[in-house]
Design a binder for this molecule. Structure first.
Ligand code: DGL
Length: 282
């Protein structure tokens, strides 16, 4: 395996970019190859089989494109597919999941709120986390349909976004939650609005920095860290419209030189040929 090969990340859209930002900060020399599955988005209210099929196909695409490690930058995809991904791939896989454990350590009221997609809240992965870390705390899980769509549309300041967010958060605060877990990677884009709504006393936990540190640990263990002098270039791929992704990222202040569109074969788990523009050596 080539230490200069990219780390592959994926999400249904621009949510996983909140994880990419942290990885870029933690590991600036790493080349990153990001897949936004716009054609399959949003994931959160779909059947787990649908999401698993897409996650497996994207992982194979990333491996065929040379990825030396995979980051599942989507809690919903982790919930639906992490076990199968680990079965199918031997490269390091770091998968984001709701940060229930750190939140349970941080809460003073003993009540934490978890903001996630419907699928994540209903998943076995979440029940397992709840059982493992919920012994001494109350965990209030809140599905947040509609928020991902608002983020994808760039409506980060819109009144409808504020209404939705408030509708999801207010009952958690009313029940005594003093710690909120952002368990969907789209939600850190709403952090400024959330902070306005909840005030400065409530602790907001985003697991993305921990994912970046875990990636460093795994790459180090596998002797796969990029050389310190490497350029760390970032490329993005979408199953939707590349121009739309370019505009979405530009609105967030992110400029990416290379964004291409791909079609995702969902027929099976076999690797397949990637477009010329993303095969270039780092
Ligand atoms: N960003 C994804 C997550 O972390 C959810 C996005 C979606 O619902 O499409 O759960």
């Amino acid at each position: 395996m080539d230490r200069n090969a990219p780390v592959g990340l994926f999400d249904s859209g621009i949510g996983g970019w909140t994880v990419l930002r942290e990885i870029r900060r933690e590991l600036p020399a790493e080349a990153l190859l990001y897949v936004a599955d716009a054609a399959g988005a949003p994931y959160g209210d779909r059947p787990p089989e649908f999401i698993a099929a897409r996650a497996l196909a994207i992982a194979h695409w990333l491996r065929a494109a040379g990825a030396k490690a995979l980051v599942v930058a989507c809690n919903t995809a982790t919930s639906a597919a992490v076990a199968q991904l680990r079965d199918q791939h031997t490269v390091p896989i770091v998968a984001i999941e709701p940060a229930v454990k750190p939140a349970a350590l941080l809460t003073r009221s003993g009540i934490i709120g978890v903001l996630a997609t419907s699928l994540t809240v209903a998943s076995g992965n979440f029940s397992r986390l709840r059982d493992a870390h919920g012994g001494n705390v109350t965990i209030l899980a809140q599905a947040c349909p509609g928020l991902v769509e608002q983020v994808e549309a760039g409506a980060l300041d819109a009144p409808h976004t504020r209404d939705l967010l408030n509708r999801y958060v207010a009952p958690l605060l009313a029940q005594g939650a003093d710690t909120l877990v952002l368990a969907c990677t789209h939600f850190p884009w709403l952090a400024p609005m959330l902070r306005e709504l909840v005030g400065s006393e409530v602790v907001v936990v985003d697991p993305a920095p921990a994912v970046a540190r875990e990636l460093r640990r795994r790459l180090t263990l596998a002797a796969l860290l990029a050389p310190a002098q490497a350029a760390g270039n970032i490329r993005a791929v979408t199953t939707g419209d590349p121009q739309r992704l370019r505009e979405q990222l530009a609105r967030l202040g992110e400029v990416v030189s290379e964004i291409v569109g791909i079609a995702l074969p969902l027929s099976g788990a076999r690797p397949f040929r990637q477009p010329q523009s993303v095969t270039a050596q780092e």
